[in-house]
Design a protein around this ligand. Structure first.
Ligand code: AHM
Ligand code: MG
Length: 336
């Protein structure tokens, strides 16, 4: 008797990662998918904390100031420790770098087994927590360099973005959504609270080439370079009638919208912050990797973000990211 093929009705992020790994690297040990499962587990726990934040008195600021000089929110600490805790159980992760930590954390003794470096912003946009605006987690994964000594921690970490082997983000919003890439397209998942798993909702997502929104904090207009000012005047002149305007002030949320609807997000240099505000290693690089994998582009004005050679852990970079055409339009006016 012929047996009917039974197809699973859903695909979880775990199944997706494992299938992709089997297809692309048939001999792989599975340790990389095991590592990614620590990231997804951590973000599910953070999502739960974010949802209950108002109920259990974890909203708001602490009296601590982080290395960036910003007030640390209570949820920032919870998110940071949750990710550290989940990654700590993965023997393949050697080094963890977080926006919230002054120094990298060595999770496993240096050695060939602990070959991955995980970099992340545990709770991006956290100044928006108290007003219920979407926030998120951004992550980037590198492999330790073979030509660098085990003890040279920074030597392993300070690699250009094109060396990333995976990157992604999770947005905690009306639903919790995750997008990731391992260099084989961008895939998007939605957390199904009924089963506690991220379900595949969009595979091989492409960023729209036209339309969408430009997104920038125009309160800094007077501080922007002249070229950026000219771009903003042009975009508002009516000559470009394809772009609307949106700015949330939460990078993950502004990027997520740009990825899905198209357009461009800008955080240019200002006179007060000549390198902009956003961090290269755990904000700009992972999102640039995703943007490019979805057909978009990311630049700091002078060069492709993924080509930048980092010189410090918490280095900042100007960022223009979005649909290729919209990014090109910005560069027509601004060439630092
Ligand atoms: P954070 O990582 O401390 O939350 O800061 C980064 C955030 C981004 O999410 C957002 O794009 C930016 O700061 C907004 O800055 P501004 O308030 O200057 O517009
Ligand atoms: Mg951030």
């Amino acid at each position: 008797m012929e047996r009917a093929t039974v197809r699973p009705m859903i695909k979880t992020v775990q199944q997706h990662i494992m299938e992709a790994q089997r297809k692309r690297f048939p001999g792989a040990s599975g340790e990389f998918s095991w590592l990614l499962s620590a990231v997804t587990l951590a973000t599910k726990i953070i999502s739960d904390h974010v949802r209950r934040a108002g109920l259990v008195d974890i909203l708001g600021a602490t009296s601590v100031t982080n290395i960036q000089g910003e007030t640390v929110q209570k949820l920032d600490i919870i998110a940071n420790e949750t990710i550290a805790g989940c990654l700590g159980y993965r023997s393949s992760v050697g080094i963890m770098v977080s926006e919230e930590d002054d120094e990298p954390r060595i999770l496993q003794e240096p050695g060939p087994a602990a070959k991955y470096i995980v970099l992340f912003d545990p709770l991006d946009g956290s100044s928006n927590i108290d007003v219920n605006v979407s926030i998120g987690t951004i992550f980037s994964i590198l492999q330790k360099r073979e030509d660098v000594d085990c003890s040279d921690v920074l030597g392993h970490i300070l690699q250009p973005g094109y060396e990333q082997i995976a990157a992604g983000y999770v947005i905690y919003s009306s639903s919790t959504v995750m997008a990731y890439t391992t260099g084989d397209g961008v895939h998007m998942f939605t957390l199904d609270p009924g089963i506690g798993a991220f379900r595949l909702t969009r595979e091989n997502l492409r960023m729209p080439e036209d339309g969408g929104y430009y997104s920038v904090n125009e309160a800094y207009y007077a501080q922007f370079p002249e070229g950026v000012q000219r771009y903003l005047q042009w975009v508002k002149s009516g000559e470009s009638d394809t772009l609307g305007m949106r700015y949330i002030g939460s990078l993950v949320a502004d990027f997520h919208r740009t990825l899905v609807k198209g357009g461009v997000f800008l955080y240019p240099p200002t006179t007060k912050a000549p390198k902009g505000k956003l961090r290269l290693l755990y904000e700009a690089n992972p999102l640039a990797f995703i943007a490019e994998q979805a057909g978009g582009a990311a630049t700091d004005g002078s060069q492709r973000v993924l080509d930048k050679k980092p010189t410090a852990l918490h280095e900042r970079t100007p960022l223009v990211i979005g649909s290729s055409k919209a990014v090109e339009q910005v560069l027509r006016f601004w060439s630092p």
